[in-house]
Write a protein that binds this ligand. Sequence first.
Ligand code: ZN
Length: 436
Amino acid sequence: MPIWEPDKECMSRDELQQFQLERLQATLNRVYRNVSFYRRRFKECDFHPENDLTELKDLQRLPFTTSLDVSDSYPYDMFAVPLREVVRVHSSSGTMTNPRVVGYTRQDLRTWSSLVARILSAGGVTQDDVIQVAFAYGLMTGGLGIHYGAERIGASVLPTSVGRTERQVKIMQDFRSTVLVSTPSYALVIADKLDEMKVDPKRLSLRYCICAGEPWTEDMRREIEERLYVKVTDNYGISEVMGPGVAGECLEQNGMHIQEDQFHAEIIDPGTGRILEPGEEGELVITTLTKEAFPVIRYRTGDLCRILTEPCPCGRTFHRIGRILRRCDDVVVIKGINIIPERIGDILEQIKGERPVYQLVAVRDGHKDQLEIRVEVTEQFFYDKMREQRTLVDGMRTKVANFIGITPRIKLVEKGSLVRQDGVVRLFVDCRNPVR
Ligand code: ZN
């Protein structure tokens, strides 16, 4: 498979380090001059970018930037250029805090589209492809981010966005889509719809599926590959850093190459902030090296993974990150117990033999916290099988209680009834502190 920018993606590690250092120098100077938040932070630790950055390690003297810092700067306080130079604005959806707003200059958009072109190429996409982008278009970065990169390659882009699955399938058939871009769980929703509509996936033109947007597993990859007859690659993006295009897998399917000419990556212990060695699992921290409108310094992504330094047979020299295992803020505390919602799925999977769609909800009865687990079951099961329902609920309650130490309330709900956001069910909803 061709490499989109071999002069960058295959540069020697020595050359890359020098390259990163020079770009980091420029970035730190720029944020010191133009962003009062960073100027204040740098002064607090007596760091003067012109003198104090002589090697990449010096970056470790600077404090981390968090998602809360970005929320607090709502909407434009962390922009490093005047608004008239900003040609695009994206935003995350805010839940309990202000949304995180990011901006792009014309040059940032050029860089972004070439980074997405790199990861799409790495995942097998060429100008001959017809690419169906089933990521949400809108303020989130997913849809438009992929869109411009796919156009950059010269592929034919179908901006279908997410949802209306029957229409997605019809477009897939009639327009002969060869590539699907979606969240892994939405790819499986499409697979279900194919079954339901009795469409033989072998008769589609699909060859590749580019997945991102949520933590997922190797089992899901295999399932998508088997049910859609495609090769599936994983990629990683985060709006505060850029959007899609930060890291992407090649067809070796062994981890996502980080675009290291644009981003400097570190892995830290999320509890102590200590820097971890390659191969150790921790929180991914990213510093942008060329972003003009919205540079971030040591941004804590909240995503847990490990950095892989072994050479990749594809020829790219950029290090890789392994699958995002989970988010560190995914650990939720109920009745003083740490619970990883993702792990509850593993337990439910043991009982049902397949991973159900589920959601954890923390509720407060008076002053007592309760954990409720809502599990989707098929419509027929929901209506017909009272006795089996009881057995299933009891089984789940006991298994989960044995595992986490508190007894949850299990509630079976009809298939499709849990609220989906961009095709994904949120694994945890906290109803204990209602927003007033
Ligand atoms: Zn590779």
